[in-house]
Design a binder for this molecule. Structure first.
Ligand code: GDP
Ligand code: IMO
Ligand code: MG
Length: 423
């Protein structure tokens, strides 16, 4: 059955590592949304790889990787990633990497607009500054430039002219920024088109044909459920559907062809950027877990905010993603703690809330109601079988399982490929 790996919190759950492991059992791995705002880390032996646009499965030479139509592609970032992998000895060819004709393209003005918009907001989102929001805005506003347009000078010219006609006014008159030069961008992006040409195809047809031929597909989510444009902590979200709902529209693979959903959680919670975070730690504990878990953004290097596992959010995530199994990542980060807490409900204005709420004020001011679990105070990094985990670590896992009511199939106890327990 085809499967999805979806981030079940605010991103950075360890999807990259999990996908690296699960991609061994599939033929094709597909990114369905987001852009180079993502940073997926895979550690193999003593080599670390951080992927932004290319699915992590590219490390396996026999596998095919697809960047589907739901993704927004910054050609410069993608070419840099391709070149970087080639330099490290990985063969990247049109046979192994396919890019959708109808994915939208991040333009230089998107990156700058992202930063200018942030600078004007009083409530900043803390975006990655990669132009993701403005690119998706243009897509929905029917102003976007797609990958296939880079292959047709006449189309690109017409679209770029329309865009600059409107945007240069906005840049200059609203933001006091510079004019963009038409010919410079045209020349640069036609060149990108030429370089990307070997990889470009109708990936929806490619994937459906592969399914017909019994090939197995893994859909790789970027970001996480609470960064989803519809279900996340809006407006502190990204601009795409990171939840499993994004798979069908983001790839052209129909829902009837998707079987399993693995929802990836950290054993605690992190978030990078601004926005509500009910279970966020105090300063000292934040620093403690950040340093144990190396919680710094894989894309921007910003320190991640850390907090306890939030079962209120997690239950919602399991429901809207249709999780069939769960992965609990980074359990080892909690190894030395005396006591571990889980938020099971929120208290807000004297009332108890058991379910996630879309009320921003509630999310910002709710006090989590915690339940305490005993810490196991020993290293789990060398453990490979569930029964060899300390009793108290198993109790923690089983309590999460009970709260979420979906089997926990994967438990990750370190950043390396083999540091995983499969139940
Ligand atoms: P992604 O965006 O979901 O792919 O996650 P990131 O790669 O941004 O962040 C996860 C970080 O945790 C990376 O540095 C991984 O190498 C690391 N990691 C993944 N799984 C584990 C684990 O089980 N234990 C520890 N200690 N680190 C892990
Ligand atoms: P992966 O795939 C964590 C966050 C940003 C910001 C918000 C909007 O590695 O899990 P954007 O640049 O998308 O407009 O920023 O979303 N964000 C992420 N946080 N992991 C990510 O990706 C993220 N991608 C975006 O920090 O708060
Ligand atoms: Mg990440």
């Amino acid at each position: 059955m085809n499967l999805v790996v979806v981030g079940a919190q605010w991103g950075d759950e360890g999807k990259g590592k999990l996908i690296d492991i699960l991609s061994e059992g599939v033929d094709i791995t597909v990114r369905y949304q987001g852009g180079n705002n993502a940073g997926h880390t895979v550690i193999v032996g003593n080599k670390e790889y951080i992927f932004h646009l290319i699915p992590s499965a590219i490390l396996r030479p026999q596998k095919t990787c697809v960047i589907a139509n739901g993704v927004v592609i910054d050609p410069m970032a993608l070419l840099e990633e391709i070149d970087g992998l080639k330099k490290r000895g990985l063969p990247i060819t049109g046979k192994r990497l396919k890019i959708s004709t109808n994915a939208h393209v991040v333009m230089p003005y998107h990156r700058v607009m992202d930063q200018l918009r942030e600078s004007k907001r009083s409530h900043k989102i803390g975006t990655t500054g990669r132009g993701i929001g403005p690119c998706y805005s243009d897509k929905v506003g029917r102003m976007g430039i797609r990958v296939i347009d880079l292959l047709n000078p006449a189309v690109l010219k017409a679209k770029l002219a329309d865009n600059l006609n409107e945007k240069n006014d906005i840049f200059v008159k609203v933001y006091g920024f510079k004019n963009y030069d038409f010919s410079e961008i045209l020349k640069e992006y036609l060149k990108f088109g030429e370089r990307l040409k070997p990889y470009i195809c109708d990936t929806a047809l490619f994937l459906n044909e592969a399914i017909k031929n019994n090939k197995k597909i893994l859909f790789e989510g970027a970001q996480g459920t609470f960064l989803d444009i519809d279900f996340g902590t809006y407006p502190y979200v990204t601009s795409s559907n990171a939840t499993t709902g994004g798979v069908c529209s983001g790839t052209g693979v129909p829902p009837t062809k998707i079987g399993q959903v693995v929802a990836a959680f950290k054993a605690y919670t992190t978030r990078v950027g601004e926005g509500p975070f009910p279970t966020e730690f105090n300063k000292a504990m934040n620093e403690c877990i950040r340093s144990k878990g190396h919680e710094f953004g894989a894309t921007t290097g910003r320190p991640r905010r850390c907090g306890w596992f939030d079962a209120v959010l997690a239950r919602y995530s399991v429901i809207i993603n249709g999780a069939t199994s769960l992965a609990i990542m980074k359990l080892d980060v909690l190894d030395e703690l005396e006591e571990i807490e889980i938020a099971t409900s929120y208290k807000y204005k004297g009332k108890i809330y058991k379910d996630y709420s879309h009320d921003l004020d509630l999310l910002q001011h709710a006090k989590p109601v915690y339940e305490k679990c005993a810490g196991w105070k020993s290293s789990t990094r060398g453990v490979r079988r569930y029964k060899d985990l300390p009793v108290k670590a198993r109790a923690y896992i089983e309590r999460l399982e009970e709260l979420l009511n979906v089997p926990i199939k994967y438990i990750s106890v370190g950043s390396k490929r083999d540091e995983i327990i499969i139940r």
